[in-house]
Design a protein around this ligand. Structure first.
Ligand code: FEO
Length: 385
């Protein structure tokens, strides 16, 4: 695949992966993107996952034709992109690896080999001249690991953005839901905690004239870039992307579910622009997490369990708080047959979240819904709509 006259795609599609990063379901697989710039000097941008190193090396050899690579630019050391470094450096002993100082340390930790004698340490703003192309390096710590950098090709105005602007899904799949759905699940799952660091990189990117974004996962973005940049700005500033309410519940015998679904119905009746409902025991947890960050208002409904809350809700709230959940309005529905504590526990877990308010109406169910509960749910819907 040709990205520009001098830039070729040499990545691979992973269709056998079950869990990305050991955690995220990826029913449509994953792409490990890699690129090569052909100029007076040739530069290879990252490698691939360990299961695909041979395929990737084949793609590289084909793109280079009979030339040899001069540089391997390592933007990120997570093994989904770095597993081919050793094979590459062995196959091309003249090549130099270009990476941040932290990345060289990680290379040694992963491979046992110190590549600094065959390397160039890249710092913020450093450049690498390839001929007509010049790469400028932009450090991007914690997007997604501390060693991460991006590269900007000044000639073709291409940003090699590392994990940023990536999405789940192999590239042989045309996602009918468009880019944002799986990009959002990926973003909040993987870098949701580091909104501040993403904001810092977006500020640096704003000073560049970017025509194409080449991420390490997902499609190359070459039109309507404002759309993607705006979404990244909203996500990384913990803003509201979609007006509406997301309702998350766990239920043991169906009563808490009944309350959550009744609330969803009432919200719709009262004109709430969008209502999303997730059963945390059955729906994908990462989908639920992205919805919590997508909407400005959420409602949590769960049962008391071992004087605490039901495990799936506990895990869900932990996913939110460890990702710096903030700027939200939260409604609570609790159920408990003899000593309900769920609302208190949920509030306690969320009280450290910045700029977050709780709805005045709290729904307290003592097993099955009563008329009073139905009235409370109506009041909660009125508050949250
Ligand atoms: Fe795609 Fe953070 O690795």
């Amino acid at each position: 695949m040709t990205i520009t006259n001098d830039i070729r795609y040499i990545g691979v599609n992973d269709r056998r992966i079950d869990l990305f990063e050991g955690m995220y379901v990826v029913p449509e697989g994953m792409a490990y993107n890699s690129y090569v710039i052909i100029d007076e000097k040739t530069a290879v941008m990252d490698t691939a996952d360990r299961h695909f190193v041979d395929e990737w090396m084949g793609n590289l050899a084909k793109a280079l034709e009979s030339r040899k690579p001069d540089y391997l630019v390592v933007h990120h050391m997570e093994p989904d992109h770095s597993a081919g470094i050793e094979a590459f450096m062995n196959a091309y002993p003249e090549a130099k690896v270009v990476a941040t100082a932290k990345a060289f340390t990680m290379m040694k930790n992963f491979t046992g080999i110190d590549y600094t004698s065959r390397g160039i340490v890249a710092k913020e703003g450093d450049t690498l001249a390839l001929g007509s192309h010049t790469l400028r390096f932009i450090t991007a710590p914690m997007v997604h690991w501390p060693e991460v950098m991006m590269s900007y090709d000044e000639k073709d105005r291409v940003l090699f953005s590392a994990d940023a602007f990536g999405k789940f899904g192999a590239l042989d799949f045309d996602d009918p839901e468009g880019w944002a759905c799986e990009a959002r699940r990926y973003y909040f799952g993987i870098v949701g905690k580091y909104g501040g660091q993403v904001q810092a990189v977006l500020k640096k990117a704003a000073a560049l004239d970017i025509r194409i974004i080449c991420p390490l996962h997902g499609p190359v973005l070459d039109e309507n870039l404002g759309y993607y940049l705006d979404l990244y700005n909203t996500w990384s500033s913990y803003g509201t992307e979609t007006d509406g309410v997301a309702v998350f519940y766990t239920s043991v015998y169906g009563h808490t579910e009944e309350a959550a679904l009744l609330l969803a119905e009432k919200l719709k009746e009262k004109g709430c622009p969008k209502v999303a409902v997730s059963d945390l025991a059955r729906d994908d947890m990462a989908e639920a997490v992205e919805d919590a960050f997508r909407y400005g208002k959420i409602v949590l409904a769960t049962t008391t369990y071992n004087a605490d809350i039901f495990p799936f809700m506990k895990e869900f709230i932990e996913h939110l708080t460890e990702r710096n959940y903030q700027n939200r309005k939260i409604g609570l529905i609790e159920n408990g047959s003899w000593a309900p504590t769920a609302a208190k526990v949920m509030k306690g877990m969320l009280e450290g979240c910045k700029n977050t308010t709780f709805a005045e109406t709290e729904v307290k169910i003592l097993s099955a819904l009563t008329e009073e509960n139905r009235a409370q749910i109506d009041r909660l819907a009125e508050e949250m709509k």
